[in-house]
Design a binder for this molecule. Structure first.
Ligand code: TNX
Length: 509
């Protein structure tokens, strides 16, 4: 290229791209914040930058450390965290405040040439603000080795807080087992997009994945299988606690699910006495649903449920336990209702609240119970009539295991193909007539894993659709629109590449 042409194109490039770097309103943030105003300035993180904390809070210090650790690999800087007596004039300043507008999870971020000031009513709010700072930095910040980059953040003010209190991501570890390390990657992904709940589907026909000390064969036998005959696996209670703590450090609550009374073949194969005919079933490695049921009439079934919930409740700090209840086609309707009512009482007796798939709305639900709407809006309405709120996970919009289109190599399509636009461009309060904002506690993206075998498969299915669900859960409806989202999302292709993720190739969808 001739020299003049080179400079001309460099200038042209800068007019379009460099200008954006200092215009905060052009930042590709997901979820989109409640309000963003630019001041034309920019802050540069250097090897002299310090993170200051002005509130006496160990938790805030830990959040500061999280930020320092996040910045370390790509910048190569070891940014110290210091307690400051006075308001800092430069550096990164994290503090707790008392600002009604921010509610419990919100944050306020102010950036000028000298100072990044990040405030929340809670350390959790500040943590969410850190995810925003991360997205404001060049994509190279995601690299695991030192990058030659200018670590600039555009200046201005962001005020931000979530629309829904419940924003979830689910992972089915029963159809295929995923290691502790894989689960942590999934949790990291959720945290990056301000999702605050990890719903962990721990048992199904094909596998039982959590150690229950009083019923050891559940994992010994029931943990040894998975779809297509792989070796399966399970988490010890120590590993479970480790994951719960890992999630908690990222302000994510773990909700464990034991799916009952259907989806229980792994338990039925482990213990003959849980079957109506007293005979243990064979382990199952296919992908059919709706064929298994715990015996509803036997007392031992409720001893079993009580032991499982008791042990699980003891290692679960979150307030909810998910008791499944979907597709119980092998259980008579009246038996199903008896069972759900009993299980609900057991969950409550261990100091937890129950969540169940939408079918549970047929039982007499306690006011504290929540249903998860996935298939039948009629069920969600039945729940609403009982004054019960729903988590929205409509399969036709939010199921991460649905194929993008007919040539997607993995995934199912029983609820239709789910391209990025279809999965993003919907509004929960307008989706089903008769179900409004007051009936919805939040939304969740489930990932079922009949056809998903590896972490790389997980990445392919959730990146980028998970980001869309995260935005629906966080950003008010009037600030969401597909044309604008599409432009922001395109910036993430490069980020995912640097992170080493096997994202679905989505540019210019
Ligand atoms: C339906 S969603 C199921 C799961 C399957 C999923 C596959 C729900 C509550 N039940 O058992 O894995 O479809 O998409």
């Amino acid at each position: 290229m001739n020299k003049n042409l080179f400079f001309l194109s460099a200038i042209l490039f800068c007019l379009t791209a460099c200008g954006d770097k200092t215009d905060l309103t052009k930042a590709a943030l997901i979820p989109q914040p409640v309000s963003v105003a630019a001041n034309g300035e920019a802050f540069k993180i250097t090897n002299k930058t310090v993170i200051y904390i002005t509130s006496e809070s160990d938790e805030l210090k830990q959040v500061g450390q999280f930020l320092s650790d996040l910045l370390q690999p790509a910048t190569g800087f070891s940014i110290p965290i210091e307690q400051a007596a006075n308001d800092p004039k430069n550096g990164i300043w994290l503090s707790l405040t008392d600002d009604k507008e921010l509610k419990s999870e919100g944050y306020r971020l102010s950036v000028n040439k000298q100072l990044i000031k990040l405030q929340g009513n809670t350390a959790e709010g500040v943590f969410h603000g850190i995810q925003t700072i991360r997205q404001l930095l060049p994509a190279a910040i995601e690299a695991k080795s030192i990058q030659q980059e200018s670590w600039i953040i555009a200046g201005g003010e962001i005020l931000d807080y979530p629309e829904y209190v419940y924003r979830g991501g689910m992972l089915d570890v029963a159809r295929h087992f995923f290691s502790v390390a894989d689960v942590k990657v999934y949790i990291d992904l959720l945290a990056s997009y301000k999702i605050n709940t990890f719903h962990w589907h721990l048992s199904d026909d094909q596998g039982w994945r959590i150690e229950i000390k009083s019923w050891p064969k559940l994992t010994e036998i029931g943990g040894s299988s998975e779809v297509d005959g792989g070796k399966g696996g399970f988490y010890t209670q120590e590993e479970y606690k480790d994951i719960v703590a890992y999630a908690a450090a990222r302000y994510i609550t773990v909700i464990p699910e034991i799916d009952m009374p259907g989806h229980t073949n792994a338990a039925l194969a482990s213990y003959a006495e849980l079957n109506s005919d007293g005979k243990a079933t064979e382990l199952y490695t296919g992908i059919k649903v709706g064929f298994s049921s715990l015996s509803i009439k036997k007392e031992i079934t409720y001893q079993f449920v009580d032991d499982v919930i008791r042990e699980l409740a003891a290692i679960t700090p979150g307030e909810y336990i998910h008791a499944g209840g979907d597709e119980s086609n092998a259980t008579k309707e009246e038996d199903y209702i008896t069972f759900v009512n009993k299980v609900q009482a057991i969950v409550l007796s261990h100091g937890k609240k129950m969540i169940g798939w939408d079918e549970m709305a047929h039982a007499s639900l306690d006011k504290s119970t929540i249903v998860q709407y996935w298939a039948r809006e009629k069920n969600a309405k039945l729940a609403a009539e009982q004054g019960i709120k729903a988590i929205f996970s409509p399969a036709k919009k939010a199921y991460m295991d649905m194929q993008y289109d007919s040539i997607t190599p993995i995934g199912l399509h029983w609820a239709g193909y789910l391209d990025i636009k279809t999965s993003y461009d919907w509004e929960p309060t307008l989706l089903e007539e008769g179900l409004g904002r007051e009936n919805i506690i939040g939304i969740e993206a489930p990932l079922w894993t009949e056809t998903i075998k590896t972490l790389s498969d997980i990445e392919y299915m959730v990146l980028p659709r998970l980001l869309g669900i995260a935005e629906i859960g966080w950003t008010p409806a009037n600030l969401r629109n597909w044309d604008n989202y599409k432009v922001r999302l395109n910036e993430y292709q490069q980020r995912f590449k640097i992170q080493g993720f096997n994202a679905y190739p989505f540019i210019n969808e």
